[in-house]
Design a binder for this molecule. Structure first.
Ligand SMILES: C[S@@+](CC[C@H](N)C(=O)[O-])C[C@H]1O[C@@H](n2cnc3c(N)ncnc32)[C@H](O)[C@@H]1O
Length: 374
């Protein structure tokens, strides 16, 4: 089993699929192809473990077990039963089937989940010559996704979504998801030898993701994963993978990463997150309005997730802040300013056209990531 190659999908937020595909290629995965909602690839158990440990922008890594058109419960039952479950899940596993049916003839999610589970048990019964399964072991996150009558059965190897790095304890008012923050660092074009500054850093997510990326700190280094309980992953030496990832960390690559915010409570949380991310004392934070901010470096990258006016304050107030962000850039003529916002009038409020723009989603909010070069 250990050399078995699996078809996999790394799921990702819309707009980040290409970045995830690039990450997978850098990790040495084969047949990588971006598609809406993620990237497909082929990998053995060790590479899947490494992907879980290392991917910065993906939500989950799933093993694709079957994919075929299904228009009846019988077709679904047969599709699920032909999967060699006895090689994939432990006999005492808890077979948790999640489901989603979109624009398909089979519309009842609950019925589809029940059929899927029935087919899994049926297969295990025949293979293991057993009648009952206690389901008192580790959770096996199995997902059935039906979209336009195409059924996709996957096994989630991640468990908790990969944005759960372990450093965030409380969310603050409007934090950016860690995976999106990591993507923005990548898309900003920042290089670790330049200063990076977040003038409205909130709970510090962009700063932590920038620092981790700079020093090559694997985002999943200290968390657990669902695959640890899978029989097919028994030979994966996760402790050795973690140790190799630790040895890869290069503190010398952490240059000047810093931030500020007007909200002292957010800054307290940021300090706590920095500590939990192993970055205590490495990233200076201060309480200051971005309107009053003046830095000494001649050039660098401002990277920020200012309020949008949908969740935190009204839109006009936010647009005045976007103008202030432009003033900040004008006070720092060698600096690039990058911001994400859901406000379609961002450039008008900023008072200048962006040099680069990219459509992304912050949760359900359609946003643009804008890059204003000096
Ligand atoms: C969307 S939140 C940023 C969330 C952050 N990315 C995180 O991960 O927690 C926007 C932040 O902008 C800050 N802010 C709003 N107006 C500001 C101003 N004039 N100067 C500095 N910070 C400001 C807010 O206090 C808030 O923390």
């Amino acid at each position: 089993m250990s050399n078995q190659v699996f078809n996999c999908i790394a799921t990702a937020a819309f707009g980040l699929e290409g970045l995830v595909a690039e990450e997978l290629r850098r990790l040495g995965c084969q047949q990588v192809k971006a598609e809406p909602g993620g990237a497909r690839f082929c990998a053995d158990a060790g590479q899947i473990a490494l992907a879980n440990l290392s991917l910065r922008c993906a939500d989950r890594v799933q093993i694709l077990l079957a994919e075929a058109p299904c228009r009846s419960f019988e077709e679904l039952f047969q599709l699920v039963r032909q999967i060699p479950w006895e090689q994939i899940v432990p006999l005492d596993g808890k077979y948790n089937v999640s489901g989603k049916c979109v624009r398909s003839q089979l519309m009842s999610v609950r019925d589809c989940q029940a059929i899927t589970k029935k087919a899994i048990i049926e297969r295990l019964r025949q293979a293991a010559h057993r009648q009952t399964f206690p389901e008192n072991g580790a959770a096996m996150p199995i997902d059935l996704h039906l979209h336009k009558d195409l059924a996709r059965i996957t096994l989630d190897t991640s468990g908790a979504a990969l944005n759960r790095r372990g450093y965030r304890t409380w969310n603050g008012e409007a934090p950016i998801r860690e995976t999106l923050a990591a993507a923005l660092v990548e898309l900003s074009g920042w290089r670790p030898e330049q200063p990076l500054y977040d003038p409205c850093c909130g709970t510090g997510t962009l700063l932590i993701e920038a620092a981790w990326s700079a020093i090559h700190r694997a985002p999943g280094l200290t968390r657990s994963f669902a695959f640890e309980a899978f029989p097919a992953f028994r030979e994966v030496d996760l402790a050795a993978l973690r140790q190799r990832s630790r040895e890869f960390i290069d503190w010398d690559r952490l240059g000047s990463v810093a931030g500020s915010d007007l909200d002292p409570e957010a800054l307290k949380l940021a300090e706590r997150h920095l500590q939990q991310a192993g970055l205590a004392g490495r990233i200076p934070l201060r309480q200051i309005l971005l309107q009053q901010l003046q830095l000494e470096d001649q050039n660098g990258v401002f990277l920020c997730n200012p309020p949008y006016g949908e969740r935190m304050s009204d839109r006009q107030k936010c647009q005045r802040l976007y103008r202030e962000l432009h003033q900040l850039q004008l006070r720092h003529p060698g600096w690039t300013l990058c911001a994400i916002s859901s406000d379609p009038a961002f450039e008008r409020a900023y008072g200048r056209r962006a040099n680069r723009k990219r459509r992304l989603y912050n949760g359900r909010l359609e946003c643009e990531f804008l890059v204003f070069q000096p």
